[in-house]
Design a protein around this ligand. Structure first.
Ligand SMILES: CC(C)(COP(=O)(O)OP(=O)(O)OC[C@H]1O[C@@H](n2cnc3c(N)ncnc32)[C@H](O)[C@@H]1OP(=O)(O)O)[C@@H](O)C(=O)NCCC(=O)NCCS
Length: 137
């Protein structure tokens, strides 16, 4: 079931930015690919922290676009790890905006991003045990 869009964000605030005119499509709304890119960046930060290094995006599931983003909106991306496997982890990622014009706060997109921990040469590697300090925090 879809969460009510005015409930609180789920997960840790991982990335914040502002939508610029250069991020729009021909209709004047923010381009969907830009939003997915911000979500992938935020999820990558959380994945690298948990995996202790380099990770690759392997799947994006259940991606939903609930509402448009407008130029000037404050965009916040929240991440929460749902599952860890042997080499992979899946995160729920939500994008919320604070409307520049009205101050309204609402969730605009959400999706589940799966990453695989990889070595310097791009080969999958096991995740380290949880709570082991890593160079990435
Ligand atoms: C990531 C990569 C190295 C994985 O290599 P692989 O040997 O094919 O990996 P596997 O098929 O054995 O899967 C590895 C893990 O990912 C999981 N996985 C693979 N495809 C998945 C999918 N579509 N959805 C969810 N999990 C998936 C597997 O279940 C496995 O998890 P586990 O080890 O925790 O059990 C390889 O697929 C790759 O390089 N992909 C391209 C990544 C990329 O370019 N991303 C975009 C830029 S970052």
């Amino acid at each position: 079931m879809t969460k009510p869009r005015h409930a609180a964000p789920d997960g840790t605030l991982t990335l914040q930015t502002v939508a610029f005119p250069r991020d729009t499509n021909s209709g004047g709304d923010v381009f969907g690919g830009w939003v997915i890119s911000q979500m992938d960046i935020a999820a990558g930060v959380t994945a690298a922290q948990r995996a202790g290094g380099r990770c690759a995006t392997v799947a994006v599931d259940a991606m939903r676009f609930h509402a448009p983003i407008f130029v000037g909106d404050l965009v916040s991306v929240h991440t929460r790890i749902l599952r860890t496997g042997h080499t992979s982890l899946t995160m729920h990622v939500e994008t919320w905006v604070r409307r520049q014009r009205t101050g309204e706060l609402l969730m605009v997109t959400e999706g589940d991003f799966t990453f695989v921990a990889i070595s310097a040469s791009g080969v999958k590697r096991p995740l380290p045990p949880e709570n082991v300090p890593t160079v990435n925090g």
